[in-house]
Write a protein that binds this ligand. Structure first.
Ligand SMILES: Nc1ncnc2c1ncn2[C@@H]1O[C@H](COP(=O)(O)OP(=O)(O)OP(=O)(O)O)[C@@H](O)[C@H]1O
Ligand SMILES: [Mg+2]
Length: 286
């Protein structure tokens, strides 16, 4: 039996806007298991991102409970939640959320800096991850010097660099063309499968949902239906071959890579001292 990572029990989320009550999630109960790929599929406004934000501990339910490995997330305080995200979660966003002043490799090393991984190891992992996503030759480019697809590759490398147990992807291919979309989906699902990671992808695109083991149809804040996808699309086996080096598997491998916050800038700004002279061109974070 696969391990249950998340269990949602009658989760409800209401936003109050003045006198108005917006029911973003009405009554959601479901489980997410280790090593599986899920798709939250639904039209705009149905509650998909709200649900993802709850799983990430970025929002608390108004009612109900979200258990992660049996422990209720809603009981954690902000610093415990930040730690939870660092330890277990990776994020991929539609808009990439890369830091514009940092190079590709610097962006990928950010989650490792938060975890105080020594510089030599950081660079080794980040290089291996960039290789795995096919971007070795762009490691010193800044986001503005990369195409949209390349930026998304960097953000995928960042999401996976710490080998997180769960990766959330909110419309990860929303800004990409069809060919690049297929490449990105192959990449994300290929890495996750190789390392038995749980992937939860939000989309309104039926095609993308075909990559999932299970499709959870969301409508008006409720689960309308759940489909086990027997004909799941599988990623091409070759994703560059560098993943093993990137994700050692023996250590807990946290990531807060995509966390959309000022802390990244702040942390990167005060960042750690330079420990070694070599590779100084690879990582300019001071
Ligand atoms: N912070 C908020 N305050 C008030 N209402 C909100 C807030 N966040 C979301 N909502 C409302 O909750 C509902 C669900 O929003 P959500 O962002 O989860 O939808 P979605 O399924 O992700 O849509 P999309 O596909 O357009 O991204 C919407 O009606 C939205 O307006
Ligand atoms: Mg959304």
């Amino acid at each position: 039996m696969p391990e249950v990572l998340f269990e949602l029990k009658n989760v409800r989320k209401i936003y109050r806007m003045g006198d108005e009550k917006i029911v973003a999630l009405e009554d959601i109960s479901c489980v997410f298991e280790k090593g599986k790929t899920y798709c939250l599929l639904g039209t705009s406004g149905s509650g998909k991102s709200t649900l993802l934000n709850m799983l990430a501990g970025l929002e608390k339910p108004s009612k109900g409970s979200i258990l992660f490995k049996g422990k209720p997330l809603e009981k954690l305080n902000e610093s415990q939640l930040a730690l939870y995200r660092q330890q277990y979660i990776g994020f991929v966003f539609q808009s990439y959320n890369l830091l514009p002043t940092l190079t590709a490799i610097e962006n990928v090393t950010l989650p490792l800096i938060f975890r105080k991984v020594p510089k030599r190891k950081r660079l080794k992992k980040a290089r291996a991850m960039l290789k795995a996503v096919g971007l070795s030759n762009r490691s010193r480019h800044k986001p503005s010097e990369l195409s949209g697809g390349q930026q998304q590759r960097v953000s995928i490398a960042r999401a996976f660099v710490n080998n997180p147990q769960v990766v959330f992807a909110d419309e990860p291919t929303g800004n990409l063309d069809t060919k690049t979309t297929i490449e990105m989906m192959d990449l994300i699902t290929g890495i996750a499968r190789e390392h038995n990671q749980t992937l939860i992808i939000v989309t309104h695109d039926m095609e993308i949902s075909q990559y999932a083991d299970q499709i959870i149809h969301i409508r008006d804040g409720n689960i309308e239906s759940v489909t086990d996808n027997a004909n799941k699309l599988n990623a091409a086996p070759d994703n560059g071959g560098a993943q093993d080096e990137a994700a050692p598997g023996t250590e807990i491998a946290p990531d807060n890579g995509g966390e959309p916050n000022e802390n990244i800038t702040a942390e990167a700004g005060n960042g750690p001292r330079r420990e070694e002279k070599e590779d100084k061109n690879d990582e300019q974070v001071k």
